[in-house]
Design a binder for this molecule. Structure first.
Ligand code: FAD
Length: 406
């Protein structure tokens, strides 16, 4: 007993870079296993932006094991379903919650609310440092020496990089191992102010030249926005907000009333998430005392609806393997072996053809898309496909068998 206590004490602290979804979940489990954790977050405050995230399949199991289900259910957006409207706001098709092909699931939580719940579950047990990021790393024999943006230098047992798709620290350590599968579209998530007409439904509009817009219920004062649009070239990065907003204004111009409303508020939006719709593919997820987690390692893209589930599963497995292995290299290898096939099957399900179909460009293609939406929403199609959807959901729930780390 004494030896176990001493060996826990002798451990150095672990650094997690990125306080999104994957970082705090991994921190929670590492703390359960007796580790001290520092979380560095580049933003000055917790980023509470985004629309609804899907917590499905194995990801739900992680949430259950963390005892967070009730807190998540209490923040359910209670979205009633999804309506497709045309550029003037006229109704095209209605997909209530539970319908085949609707966006609305049982577990409907805003990404920001989920991030807040994870933060609350870990703030007392980890050392959160906002406005902090890594500027360089140096691997030593028994630690990783990290220099932060304020010039301070600290040694950590190892570094877990959970910085999301545009991770800068990943690009310092594994630049040639990292590639992006660009799906020829850009995406953006943010919130705008809520208007009296915003009810409990999600509204989706297909605009000309391949602009896809969805507004979804947020909170009492805000409505959440997703805008994606086709762009052949992958030419602007995650860093340049001014250029990003300019590009988004162009994608919204002349796309109808919903687009005009968004454009009018764009300059004042709070947490702007914008970038190329790309999958992240890294040929190996670790190097020495450095390991990647979540979107930084294996972003599947938002249209799969699986980025959060992969982050949850990856975080749980990485922490568990760190707990049960005698050496970090063994832990990182086991984590990658277990999680990579799960990631690959998710990434491979995303077909660029689907992106093109969701973003019709000409008025004729949009009219055809409206016809398909009406057919899909019709009673006879719904009756036929709903049963199949239930079966598929069940399969997703059985998609990853967890090792037992307890
Ligand atoms: C503001 C925001 C809104 C989002 N909205 C949606 C959405 O509506 N729908 C959806 O499907 N997905 C959304 N995502 C992505 C989604 O959260 C992820 O796909 C998924 O949950 C995996 O989470 P992650 O923790 O790996 O990455 P993320 O959730 O992207 O978190 C990464 C965190 O790392 C921080 N970070 C970045 N660089 C550094 C650095 N150098 N040093 C320290 N910290 C750094 C970021 O600020 C962020 O807090 C959003 C992400 C963000 C940040």
């Amino acid at each position: 007993m004494m030896m176990e206590k001493d060996s826990v004490k002798a451990r150095k602290t672990i650094l997690i870079s990125g306080a999104g979804i994957a970082g705090p979940v991994c921190a929670y489990w590492l703390h359960q296993y007796g580790y001290e954790v520092v979380i560095a977050e580049r933003a000055r405050t917790l980023r509470d932006g985004g629309q609804n995230v899907d917590i499905k399949g194995a990801g739900q199991q992680v949430i259950r094991m963390m005892g967070l289900v009730e807190r998540i259910e209490a923040r359910n957006t209670l979205e009633q379903g999804q309506k497709y409207v045309d550029a003037t706001g006229k109704l095209v098709a209605v997909f209530p919650k539970g319908a085949f092909a609707t966006l609305t699931n049982d577990f409907e939580i805003l990404r920001g609310d989920f991030a807040q719940i994870l933060f609350e579950a870990t703030v007392e047990i980890c050392d959160y440092r906002f406005g902090t990021f890594v500027t360089s790393l140096e691997e030593k024999n028994d630690s990783m020496s990290v220099t932060f943006n304020d010039g301070s230098v600290e040694d950590f047992e190892f570094v877990i990089c959970a910085e999301g798709i545009g991770s800068a620290t990943r690009d310092m350590i594994l630049p040639s191992e990292t590639s992006f599968r660009y799906l020829a579209a850009y995406m953006s998530f943010f919130k705008i102010s809520r208007r009296p007409g915003d009810d409990g439904w999600a509204y989706t509009v297909n605009g000309v030249d391949g602009t896809f817009i969805t507004l979804r219920p947020g909170n009492e004062t805000e409505t959440t926005v997703l805008v994606t649009f086709i762009r052949k070239k992958h030419d602007i990065t995650w860093e340049n907000q001014g250029e990003a907003k300019g590009m988004l204004h162009d994608a919204l111009k002349g796309r109808g009333t919903v687009a005009d409303r968004i454009s009018a508020e764009l300059e004042t939006v709070r947490d702007f998430y914008f970038g190329p719709m790309s999958q992240v593919r890294v040929s190996r997820w670790s190097s020495g005392r450095f390991v990647l987690l979540g979107d930084a390692a294996y972003c599947p893209t938002a249209f799969t609806g699986e980025g959060t589930a992969l982050a949850l599963v990856g975080a749980y497995v990485l922490a568990g393997e760190i707990k049960r292995s005698t050496h970090y290299a063994e832990a990182f290898k086991a984590y990658e072996c277990l999680v990579r096939p799960y990631v690959q099957s998710s990434q491979n399900r995303m077909n660029p053809l689907l992106i093109r179909l969701l973003h019709p460009r000409s008025r004729t293609a949009i009219a055809l898309t409206h016809m398909v939406q009406k057919i899909l929403a019709s009673d006879c199609v719904q009756r036929r496909f709903r049963l199949g959807a239930v079966k598929r959901e069940r399969k997703i729930g059985e998609d990853f068998i967890f090792p037992d780390y307890r």
